[in-house]
Design a protein around this ligand. Structure first.
Ligand code: SAM
Length: 239
């Protein structure tokens, strides 16, 4: 049964520091990433967000637009289970799902004009830069928070690993973190790498690989050293 043919459209686009899927936290609220939800016409009238600042958090409903072409399957192998065990797609938060819809709770900081566009300033999202947002709703604590709920395979937040830095990376971060261009760069890098974004099967064995995550306009190069994520250097992303 087709329900929404030609009626669902993007109401906004999310601008985030995450320029590739690798490295994005697997749920919201895990990393203090800052970004903007830019409202698109005809939804960019200030009336559409009148009253929204009374809420500290929002639900963003969005489209996993980068994965739509790959379709979906009945079962997926969640990274939480080491990538070995199959679970039903509806028992997971997999990005490969019928309709490709995701939902995340994010913190709302402000409603601002950015480059002339009406934007919601947010943090804590787990969304790729450019993600189309199909709806925005206030988070309502009395109803949306269920403190005694069972969390299945995801009862606790993922275990974090330590992060260390080369001298070069430390001085680069100090220099590049200045100004408004890359808010929270140092804590963003630390938060992203502490999630250990490596594929589950890599974590089980000795791992000499050089990894790279793209944050803002920077490629962050890192490896695993003494069981920590060790930041080696930062380079401007090649365009
Ligand atoms: N909190 C959401 C949910 O439960 O529906 C998303 C969870 S999903 C496991 C989070 C992952 O989605 C991120 O780690 C990233 O790899 C991926 N992702 C984020 N934005 C995406 C997009 N626009 N297209 C495809 N994948 C995306």
């Amino acid at each position: 049964m087709t329900i929404f043919e030609n009626t669902i459209r993007a109401v906004a686009i999310c601008h985030t520091p995450y320029r590739q899927k690798f490295g994005i936290p697997r749920q919201p609220g895990l990393v203090d990433a800052h970004g903007f939800v830019e409202l698109l016409p005809p939804f960019n009238d200030p009336d559409t967000v009148r009253g929204l600042l009374q809420y500290s958090h929002l639900w963003l409903l969005f489209c996993f637009h980068e994965n739509l072409a790959q379709g979906w399957k009945n079962t997926v192998r969640p990274p939480r289970l080491g990538g070995n065990e199959k679970m039903g797609v509806f028992a997971t938060r997999s990005t490969f799902r019928p309709n490709g819809i995701g939902q995340s709770v994010v913190r709302l900081h402000d409603i601002v004009r950015r480059k002339g566009k009406l934007c919601l300033e947010i943090s804590g999202m787990d969304l790729l830069d450019g993600t189309p947002v199909i709806d925005i709703k206030p988070y309502i604590p009395f109803s949306d928070s269920v403190p005694d709920a069972l969390g299945g395979m995801a009862q606790e937040a993922p275990v974090q690993i330590g992060v260390s830095y080369s001298d070069e990376a430390l001085s680069q971060i100090a220099a590049l973190a200045k100004g408004d261009e890359r808010p929270n760069l140092a804590s963003l890098i630390e938060g992203v790498l502490a999630q250990d974004p490596r594929p589950a099967y890599k974590k089980a064995k000795d791992d000499p690989k050089l990894y790279q995550v793209a944050l803002y306009d920077l490629d962050i190069f890192w490896c695993i050293k003494d069981d920590k994520a060790h930041v080696l250097e930062l380079k401007p992303t090649k365009v």
